[in-house]
Design a binder for this molecule. Structure first.
Ligand SMILES: [Zn+2]
Length: 310
């Protein structure tokens, strides 16, 4: 388009010059003038055409370059993702060393804290917690419920992709179901395991279970005890907690939650904090910045269960 306009302009100007010339020298041979016009036009068109084809020939190369850049960018993203995944272990392995580390979790050398969130994922609270953890650059562990994973698979995927550990909290969270017999515990683990894999689209097994209501005591104490052996035989470890905000047990204000954390953390070297990211646990999210600040102040290093598993 640009070239056509230029050619047009040149032609018009050239013609005007020639007519001016004819005005000044009316006696000049018109034949010669016409030939001159034709020659000038041919030259102008040839130059214009050359420019046009030169630009045209440049264009495909340019497009290829752009495509290459896009491909390069995609590769970089893939590489970063691979590195990220590699750094957090793609699918955890419950090796003998990992078993030993889990058994000795409360005997660490340095002050260590594991933030753990149960009963999610929820649409309302989990994404807020994930945003906050990202800002704080902390990797946590989510003990998800299979029934909730099926409702919010993308949130579980996000948890995983952002380097958090996905662990298993059973499927129903209904004690009379999951603890009806030992097989039901393993059944709920497997059902949740399948839901996690479906959500992530990869072979993933965290090899880590948290008993709803804790691994000991209560009405189902015996079933829980028996289930531990079954889990172990299936390469599944379990973990309770040694600190909590009581966000699921009646604490109604941020102040109360923070106070419970401070009290239960006490002077412990290793802390596994129980919190919840179910849909009604907005207070857990709201107090989390203060909980994190307190733990940092106390000199704790944040870890998740990728630091235990291989
Ligand atoms: Zn729970």
């Amino acid at each position: 388009m640009y070239n056509n306009i230029v050619i047009d302009k040149i032609q018009k100007r050239g013609t005007k010059v020639i007519y001016d010339f004819m005005e000044v020298t009316p006696k000049l041979n018109r034949k010669k003038v016409i030939i001159a016009i034709i020659i000038a036009s041919v030259i102008v068109m040839a130059i214009g055409g050359a420019i046009f084809y030169w630009r045209l020939s440049k264009q495909p190369n340019h497009a290829v370059e752009e495509n290459d850049n896009i491909a390069l960018e995609q590769n970089n993203t893939e590489n970063k993702k691979q590195k990220h995944v590699a750094s957090v272990n793609f699918s955890p392995v419950f090796s003998e060393q990992a078993k030993a580390r889990l058994a000795n979790i409360y005997h660490s050398e340095e002050k260590t804290v594991y933030l753990t969130f149960d009963d999610g994922p929820s649409k309302t609270v989990t994404p807020l917690i994930l945003d906050l953890l990202k800002r704080e650059n902390i990797k946590a562990s989510f003990f998800v419920l299979g029934s909730r994973v099926e409702l919010n698979p993308n949130i579980v995927k996000r948890e995983y992709e952002e380097g958090h550990f996905i662990a298993n909290h059973g499927y129903s969270h209904i004690y009379s179901n999951i603890y009806s017999n030992v097989e039901a515990v393993l059944g709920e683990y497997n059902k949740t395991q399948q839901a996690i894999q479906n959500a992530l689209g990869i072979e993933y097994n965290g090899h880590l279970f948290r008993f709803p209501g804790g691994s000991t005591g209560g009405k189902y104490h015996n079933t829980k005890n028996e289930a531990k052996g079954v889990l172990q035989a299936n390469q599944i470890g379990y973990i309770d907690w040694n600190a909590l905000s009581s966000d699921a047990a009646g604490a109604k204000t941020k102040e109360a939650l923070l106070e419970n954390v401070k009290e239960t953390v006490g002077q412990k070297k290793t802390v596994v904090i129980l919190m919840h990211d179910a849909g009604d646990k907005i207070l857990t999210y709201e107090v989390l910045p203060e909980v994190i600040a307190y733990l940092r102040e106390q000199g704790y290093v944040f870890k998740n269960f990728y630091d235990i598993m291989d």
